[in-house]
Write a protein that binds this ligand. Structure first.
Ligand code: DNO
Length: 362
C-alpha cells in the first residue's frame, strides 16, 4: 500500500510539497497538469518537469488524477477517434515518464456534484454536503455560480469555468445518450487505450460517479457493483481497473462497500478513502475520516482492502475545513493529514494483527 496525497500544483494549491513531505507515512503525490484542457495531447516536457518538481521535494509522483476524458469521447461524436488518439499520446508520454496509474471518470458534462461547499457542523468545522432536494430546486447554471462563489478563489476540479462556458451545448450533446450508449462509448474508449496501457503497464482506474445516481437528467453508469463488474468483465484486462472511492460509491446506501471491494479484487488500483454522515438517504455531508464521525466503518473498509490483497495507491479524500484553514473546499492540509495518519494507523494495526511486521526503518 502506498499512501499518497492529492496536490493541485504550485500555481493552484494552497499546500506545498514540503508540507506534504512532513506528513508521516505519506510517500507520494497524486497530481495532474492542471492547465491542460480535456481532449488535448500532453507534452512530454511538461510531464517530466512536473515529475521532477515532485521528486525534488523527496516524494514520488504516484499517479495522475485525472487525465480527463473529453465529452466527444463520452458522447461518442463523429470525431471521437481523433480525441482518443490524443489520449493515447498522453498515455504514451506518461508511460515513457515511468508513471503507471491514471485516474479518470466517465461522468457527462461535469464531475462530482455537491450542493454546499461549507456546511457548518456542530464542532464549527465546515464540510461539503449534498442534498437532493436542493439539486431538484436549482438549475445547473445557478449551482455552478454558487460553487464558484464559495470555493475560496480556487478552481474546483471538475467545475472548471471553461467546462461550464457552454453548458447548454454540452447538455445538447447528450440528448440522445442513454446509459447503455454511454456505457458502449466507455467500452469503445477502453478497448482503444488498452494496447498502450499494456505496452507501458499503465493502470487505468475509473472513478465512480458522485453521487452514485443520475443528476440533472444526465446518464451515469459507474454507480454500483454490478455495473462496474460488467465493465471489468467486458474489457477483461488488469489495466482496466477502478478507483475505489468510498465517498462516491457510498453515497448510495444500497452499495455495500466491503462486499464491493471483495468483488473487485485485483482490479482496484487506487483507493480514495473517506467517510460520510447521512442525515437522510439523499442528504449527506462529508465527515472526518474517523469512523465514529460518520456512517462508514473505516476499519472494515481498510480490512477489506487488506484481505483482498490490495497493494495499490491510496489517498485520504475530502477533508473538513478545520482550525481556520482557508483552502480549496475539501482539499485543505490539516484534516486530510489527520485522515492519512488515521488510515495509516488502521493499516498498521491490520498488518500487525495478521502477523506481518512492517520492515523497520534503519
Ligand atoms: C473530487 C474528485 C474527482 C475525481 C475525478 C476523477 O474531489 O474525487 O474530481 O478526481 O472524478 O476523474
Amino acid at each position: 500500500m502506498e499512501m499518497t496525497f492529492r496536490w493541485f500544483g504550485r500555481q493552484f494549491d494552497s499546500i506545498t510539497l514540503q508540507q506534504i513531505r512532513q506528513i508521516a507515512g505519506v510517500t507520494g503525490v497524486i497530481t495532474t497538469l492542471y492547465d491542460s484542457v480535456p481532449g488535448e495531447a500532453w507534452a512530454k516536457d511538461a510531464v517530466l518537469a512536473l515529475k521532477h518538481e515532485v521528486e525534488e521535494a523527496g516524494l514520488k509522483l504516484s499517479g495522475i488524477e485525472s487525465v480527463n476524458v473529453c465529452d466527444a469521447i463520452k458522447a461518442g461524436t463523429a470525431d471521437r477517434d481523433q480525441y482518443i488518439d490524443h489520449y493515447i499520446k498522453t498515455l504514451t508520454v506518461l508511460g515513457q515518464a515511468d508513471i503507471h496509474l491514471v485516474c479518470y471518470n466517465f461522468m457527462p458534462v461535469f464531475d462530482w456534484t455537491r450542493t454546499e461547499l461549507a456546511r457548518v457542523r456542530p464542532d464549527g468545522s465546515t464540510v461539503m454536503a449534498y442534498s437532493q432536494k436542493d439539486i431538484d430546486a436549482v438549475d445547473v447554471g445557478r449551482l455552478f455560480d454558487s460553487i464558484q462563489e464559495n470555493s475560496n478563489g480556487y478552481v474546483m476540479p471538475g467545475w472548471e469555468p471553461e467546462r461550464m462556458a457552454d453548458t447548454r451545448k454540452l447538455f445538447e450533446m447528450y440528448r440522445e445518450i442513454d446509459e447503455e450508449k454511454l456505457y458502449q462509448n466507455l467500452i469503445y474508449f477502453l478497448k482503444a487505450v488498452m494496447p498502450v496501457c499494456n505496452q507501458y503497464d499503465i493502470k487505468m482506474a475509473i472513478h465512480p460517479d458522485d453521487p452514485a445516481w443520475s443528476v440533472f437528467g444526465l446518464p451515469r453508469i459507474i454507480t454500483s457493483k454490478d455495473k462496474i463488474l460488467r465493465m471489468l468483465k467486458e474489457v477483461n484486462d488488469v489495466h482496466n481497473g477502478v478507483t475505489f472511492c468510498t465517498g462516491s460509491y457510498g453515497s448510495n446506501l444500497d452499495n455495500d462497500l466491503v462486499d464491493s471491494i471483495h468483488a473487485m479484487k485485483g482490479r482496484i488500483h487506487f483507493a480514495h478513502v473517506r467517510n460520510l454522515k447521512f442525515n437522510s438517504r439523499d442528504d449527506f455531508e462529508e465527515a472526518a475520516h474517523y469512523s465514529l464521525d460518520g456512517d462508514f466503518d473505516m476499519y472494515a473498509i481498510m480490512k477489506a482492502l487488506y484481505d483482498s490483497g490490495f497493494d495499490g495507491v491510496i489517498r485520504p479524500d475530502h477533508g473538513r475545513s478545520i482550525w481556520g484553514e482557508v483552502s480549496m473546499p475539501g482539499y485543505g492540509l490539516y484534516d486530510r493529514a489527520l485522515g492519512a495518519s488515521y488510515l495509516n494507523g488502521l493499516w498498521e494495526a491490520i498488518v500487525k494483527s495478521n502477523g506481518k511486521e512492517r520492515r523497520k526503518r534503519n
